[in-house]
Ligand binder design. Structure first.
Ligand SMILES: *Cc1c(COP(=O)(O)O)cnc(C)c1O
Length: 368
């Protein structure tokens, strides 16, 4: 959270303008600031990331030509899979790559049928998907690409074509971001869709606001997922502190990497070459050679008051409803194994390096 006084100063003008929502001053200012910061063409703000993803699916008209299958990853938060299903589409699960947990382009290719309309990959933990391979497959098969970039706020890639840093949310037809309280950047609750063209931005914003083109003309059966001024103000404040937050997170991550180095059976994700990370998460994978299993490590940390998460466990294709509604959970052994091995350790800007030492010591103590 930003300093309280700073937030109060930011929202004080709202008592004069009485403009609380519907693309007010704070909303417009945050949209502009984010487009610049994230190096994306168009940003549309939302009340949360999940609604943003559903809205991107609607605005792109996925499913409207009868093709109802969407190739996606099961190694994600439930939101991704739920959004696809709730929009009347059928998720088809493709396995992930062990090295960065993102969807495997070869498995994507194998999952495509004449009914496929889109690919919905996830930049999980802020690891960038193989965006070039995915785009090439999409182009060849006439598919849309919608990224769940909820974890990838501020991640950038040195673009091999232009030699310039390019924002992670600038790939595909659209990318969803989440500004939930637990994310690297928050607006309390909030989210965005980033897209390349102004026509798509307009469509997305109509879907966001009841499908209205004008005050009395509704073009689509849209819903309501607008960001209000108080949330936008929170975003403006948090954005001012983002660089210090990221620097502190980087130091915490580096300390973890030193403290957890060289333990047999314990794997951390390698930093990706040519990618500026956002240090959003600290996933650790406990394999056979470690000795203790993931749940034992989780229990040992909990005993000392350290909260961790099995993020992600189970995979979304293991949810009970998937089989119940007749969706094929597919064969995704890599994702399944990762979900059994993973534990995300605490990572936030104010975590002290002493606490990181303590956590590393407890983890080491669990090893064979
Ligand atoms: C947080 C998250 C979402 C949902 O975003 P909300 O803003 O909480 O609605 C979707 N996908 C992933 C991968 C997430 O981590």
């Amino acid at each position: 959270m930003p300093p309280m006084e700073e937030y109060f100063d930011e929202v004080a003008p709202l008592w004069e303008s009485r403009w609380l929502t519907n693309a007010g001053e704070k909303h417009r200012e945050l949209e502009r600031a984010l487009a610049e910061r994230l190096k994306v063409g168009n940003v549309s703000l939302f009340s949360n990331g999940h609604s943003a993803l559903e809205c991107a699916i609607e605005a792109l008209g996925l499913g409207s030509d009868g093709r109802d299958e969407v190739v996606t990853t099961p190694y994600t938060f439930v939101s991704t899979t739920n959004a696809i299903f709730r929009k009347g589409l059928t998720p088809v699960f493709a396995d992930v790559r062990p090295e960065d947990c993102t969807i495997d382009p070869e498995r994507v290719e194998a999952a495509i049928t004449p009914r496929t309309c889109a690919i919905v990959p996830v930049h999980v933990y802020g690891s960038l998907c193989d965006v070039d391979a995915i785009q090439e497959i999409a182009d060849r098969h006439g598919l849309k690409v919608v990224y769940d970039a909820a974890h990838a706020f501020g991640v950038e890639r040195l673009d091999p074509a232009s030699g310039e840093w390019r924002g992670a949310a600038s790939y595909g037809d659209a990318s969803m971001l989440s500004f939930h309280a637990t994310k690297v950047f928050n607006t309390v609750e909030g989210g965005a869709v980033c897209c390349a063209g102004p026509a798509l931005k307009t469509a997305i914003e109509e879907w966001r606001n009841f499908g209205l083109e004008g005050p009395e003309s509704d073009a689509h059966p849209g819903g309501n997922a607008k960001m209000n001024e108080f949330c936008a103000a929170m975003g403006l404040c948090n954005l001012r502190h983002l660089d210090e937050e990221l620097a502190k997170r980087a130091a915490v991550e580096e300390h973890y990497r030193e403290g957890l180095a060289g333990i047999p059976g314990l794997r951390l994700l390698e930093p990706q070459r040519g990618v500026k990370p956002n240090h959003a998460y600290m996933p650790a994978f406990f394999g056979e050679a470690f000795g203790a299993d993931r749940d034992e490590v989780m229990a040992a940390l909990a005993e000392r008051g350290v909260g961790t998460r099995r993020y992600f466990f189970p995979c979304t294709n293991e949810a009970p409803w998937v089989g119940r509604v007749g969706i094929d959970p597919g064969d995704t052994p890599v994702a399944r194994r990762l979900s059994r091995e993973v534990l995300t350790l605490p990572l936030y800007a104010d975590l002290t390096l002493e606490d990181v030492d303590m956590i590393c010591e407890i983890v080491r103590g669990c090893a064979r």
